[in-house]
Design a protein around this ligand. Sequence first.
Ligand code: NAD
Ligand code: UFG
Length: 336
Amino acid sequence: MGKILITGGTGFIGSHACIAFINAGYQVVLMDNLSNSKVEAAARIEMITGKHVRFYRTDMRDVEGMRQIFLNNKIDAVIHFAGLKAVGESVEKPLEYYENNIGGTIKLLEVMAEFQCNTMVLSSSATVYGCDNPVPYLEDMPISATNPYGYTKVMIEQILRDVCTANSSFRAVVLRYFNPIGAHESGLIGENPKGIPNNLVPYVAQVAVGKLKQLSVFGNDYDTPDGTGVRDYIHVMDLANGHVAALDYAMQHTGFEPINLGTGKGSSVLEVVHAYEKACRKQIPLQIVERRAGDIATSYADPTKAKELLGWEAVSNLEEMCADSWRFTLQNPNGI
Ligand code: NAD
Ligand code: UFG
């Protein structure tokens, strides 16, 4: 097994992926600038795996810092999670998002080229399916965006496509995540949003633990079975294991490959709330409010390609995802 660099490795998905890669026998090196995570996550990963984890506090835009990581470690592949991800914030600070996500990825790719590292597994998002494609989403549908965050994913995908055209040895598996939730079963690591959460499950978790009063459900007049928005929620450990399968695939195939990581099953906001109520054994107070600008009614994956190419499929159901989220929240009411 080789040595891999995980960018954004102390973040929500990166920290779970780190565990999956260590369990699969890889040596992992983590880097993160800690703009949206804490170094304590690296210590928790060590507690869970019993393995030493090398962590660099480095910004991916710092070329000298990145070169040092590659000089000190023979990196075979990069699993690239680092980036800013808040949709609303990206509308207010577009240049920051373009500069960090796109600029940072270009610098990372330049350093990789210098060290002849030709393999990347990238975090993309279902957001690239935009608002005009019919569900379920398939990888060969046209991609687009409705906000700067989404455009960073569309552009980074295009950059990797072009790098693969220019360099026939390059391999890029681009994973389009649907809605990752849940936490590692230990309750030691999980989602750690700063401030008031934007996403549904972290918000519900904070209501359940008494930090927020009630959930606002953004619209119940969508064309969905109960009128609330439908999404494809996927357990973050299923997602993490999908990265291990994606790297195995990338090691054997050159070129650009976009792949959905979702369950193929949609759940409404109210279904999520009910599953969470079951997990925490409390009622979640809620009120129905206006739709949130930019939201679509329904999003879920066609997960066939992941099964065929990677031999991977999600196994956890919504109840398990909520139970794991709740365990993490109870053990860490103020985050990591
Ligand atoms: P996260 O914020 O928890 O993790 C991202 C990490 O990247 C953070 O720890 C942050 O400190 C780090 N980072 C940001 N800019 C950096 C830079 N310039 N240099 C070094 N580190 C930097 O987010 P996450 O939910 O774990 O998301 C990981 C990736 O998955 C992101 O690229 C995100 O866009 C993508 N994604 C997330 C979701 C989701 O719902 N969580 C959905 C689709 C795609
Ligand atoms: N919702 C509420 N109340 C809340 C938060 C969310 O009703 O307080 C609803 C939304 O309207 C939506 C559903 O819950 O119907 C899910 O919303 P999230 O914000 O959790 O997730 P989104 O599908 O809107 O977006 C997420 C990430 C994006 C990513 C996308 C696809 O935030 O960055 O999944 O992967 F692009």
